[in-house]
Design a protein around this ligand. Structure first.
Ligand code: H2U
Ligand code: ZN
Length: 347
């Protein structure tokens, strides 16, 4: 007979049903991870308008475009788009081992606010709800294009994550094929739905709600949880409470709920180490291939690299590159730490 694992002491591995991979957890390596240094450095004074910023209203961008004097959100086609909508369709297959095909795509940039100095954590709720409305509208608009099967909305926040500019913004790439990670989730959702006749993340959310140890915060429409299988130290999964397959299904009066939960989780992040917390986040929504996808569940992943302080981060190297993901601080400890962090925007 096997004895029950002690998550707080015993090295173990956990199953990630969404990515269909294992994660190694080594809790004994970091007994008191929260004793990392908290840098109470005052955030650098930032201008509301920066004449050198290519995202601020009225400023020039690459390629000679000038931004309008926008007063809310602003969407434009990326001047350095990674993919093009008019790429000629082509294929090369030298063998099963050497193949390539053209990939069409549309890449856009979405400015959240005309204010250069703001972030999701300190924007007004109504203004974040407007960003949510734009995400939903863009998903609908680009998803309706016959060759687009996936719409990826993502935000790189902070220099550490490679964000090119502190002005609050995100990117959107709409592509001809479903990229590897959402495709892997798609397979997991579908297998679960076929086996169990239920939505995998609806069932997972129920389990987390019963347990409670990994829940960070919630409201009437969304729940933030450190997933059982989190890889990054303070990784969270943002789940729609209802079975929605995309942002287009989010009722208009729930946009404020999404705004509320985004503001709360990003504020908690900033308060962990007393600095603007870097992360990459993005939404995963059903493929836009005109199928229903009842198996799919709307969610967002937040992947922040910081581990012990504003400067000590986790690297995905060595074992992670060669074998698989591993973490020290347990997801339960990370959730405890996030629950203890204030939701007051950092001043
Ligand atoms: P990131 O901060 O996540 O890199 O997003 C900024 C995007 O803005 C980046 O993809 C684009 C870059 O290509 N950009 C323009 O489209 N025009 C510009 O004038 C500068 C940057
Ligand atoms: Zn700016």
């Amino acid at each position: 007979m096997k004895i029950t694992l002690d998550f707080t002491k015993t090295p173990h591995r956990r199953w990630n049903p969404l990515a269909q991979e294992w994660l190694v957890v080594s809790p004994h390596r970091l007994e008191r991870p929260w004793q990392g240094q908290v840098e109470k450095t005052a955030p650098a004074e930032r201008l509301q308008y920066d004449p050198k910023c290519y995202l601020c209203p009225g400023n020039s961008r690459a390629g000679g475009h000038r931004n309008p004097n926008y007063s809310s959100t602003f969407v434009f086609d990326n001047d350095y788009a990674a993919l093009k909508a008019d790429a000629a369709q082509a294929q090369t297959k030298q063998s099963d081992l050497i193949m390539a095909e053209s990939e069409r795509g549309i890449c856009r940039v979405i400015c959240f606010s005309p204010r250069h100095d703001l972030a999701l954590s300190n924007m007004e709720l109504d203004d974040i709800a407007q960003v949510v409305a734009v995400w939903s509208q863009q998903y609908r608009e680009l998803g309706a294009i016959d060759w687009v099967t996936h719409v990826q909305i993502f935000e790189n926040r902070g220099e550490m994550m490679g964000a090119s500019n502190p002005h609050p913004h995100c990117q959107l790439w709409a592509t001809e094929t479903v990229p590897s990670y959402p495709a892997r989730e798609q397979r997991a959702f579908l297998e679960y739905f076929k086996d169990q006749g239920k939505c995998m993340l609806c069932e997972y959310l129920k389990l987390e709600q019963q347990d409670g140890s990994r829940i960070v915060c919630s409201n009437e429409s969304f729940t933030v949880v450190v997933p059982f299988w989190a890889v990054w130290p303070f990784e969270v999964l943002l789940l729609a409470n209802a079975h929605l397959t995309g942002l287009d299904q989010l009722p208009e009066d729930s946009r404020r709920s999404l705004a509320d939960i985004l503001k709360r989780i990003t504020s908690r992040y900033d308060n962990i180490f007393g600095v603007s917390f870097p992360y990459s986040m993005g939404f995963h929504q059903r493929p836009t291939d005109s199928q229903q996808h009842p198996e799919w569940h709307l969610h967002a992943h937040f992947y922040p690299p910081l581990l012990r302080s504003a400067t000590i981060r986790k690297f995905m190297v060595g074992y992670e590159m060669l074998a698989g993901p591993q973490r020290d601080i347990t997801p339960e400890t990370a959730a405890e730490r996030l629950r203890a962090a204030s939701e007051e925007p950092l001043r």
